[in-house]
Design a protein. Structure first.
Length: 220
């Protein structure tokens, strides 16, 4: 009973560790403001982010999309301060990265707007979805798999080449047999014609000989 309980708990933990989890939120930004979030990630983990930024419009009193708005995404490994992502995109876009080391990663978003003394402050509403899960592809395994497939393809090509060579050899043998058969048939025809000619010549000689024999008998 205790072993079964432990086994079930282990299976549940394994299942939960394989799940991808999604973090969705929205927040507000002003010009020259940066908002950062921290994600603790295992190594070789793929993270996908999708954002959508809306700007406050005083005329409509609504948040709406503006083409002039740009979003800067900065991702860093906090333990080494190593930059992972540096990208600037449109008001709606995606970013993807793979964690090289296990630990905390900071995900920061800011706008391309700057605050000034003579310009009104821009108010931004930003939606962010972060999907954490999946592991980095095993490149060596993929290469070995591709190598196995390439080896099988080479073997198939060699077998096809051998089959083509065998077919070519059979065609050449059939051609030589056909030529030999045609030559034999031609010789048989010539031999038959020669026999006919000899037979006719023999019959003619015999007829002449017999006629001469009978003529000599009459003269006696």
């Amino acid at each position: 009973m205790l072993l079964s309980t432990r086994l079930n708990a282990l299976l549940i933990l394994t299942f939960l560790s394989c799940l991808r989890y999604v973090s969705s939120l929205h927040f507000y930004l002003d010009a020259d403001e940066k908002r950062c979030f921290v994600e603790e990630l295992p190594s070789d983990t793929v993270v996908e982010g999708h954002y959508r930024a809306l700007e406050w419009d005083e005329s409509t009193k609504l948040y709406s999309t503006h083409d002039d708005l740009g979003i800067q995404v900065d991702v860093d490994e906090m333990s080494t301060d190593e930059p992972v992502v540096r990208s600037r995109g449109p008001p709606e876009g995606r970013f993807t990265f793979t964690s090289h080391e296990a630990g905390d990663h900071s995900i920061c978003l800011s706008t391309n707007y700057t605050a000034g003394f003579f310009t009104a402050s821009k108010h931004i509403k930003l939606y962010l979805d972060i999907v954490v899960g999946g592991t980095k592809r095993d490149v060596e395994h993929d290469r070995s798999h591709v190598g196995e497939v390439a080896s099988k393809i080479r073997d198939l090509n060699e077998r096809l080449s051998a089959i083509r060579r065998e077919q070519q050899f059979q065609r050449e043998r059939e051609a030589s047999y056909r030529d030999l058969s045609e030559l034999t048939n031609a010789r048989a025809v010539y031999y038959t014609l020669a026999q006919i000619v000899v037979l006719i010549a023999t019959c003619t000689w015999q007829l002449r000989h017999l006629r001469r024999f009978f003529e000599e008998r009459k003269m006696r």
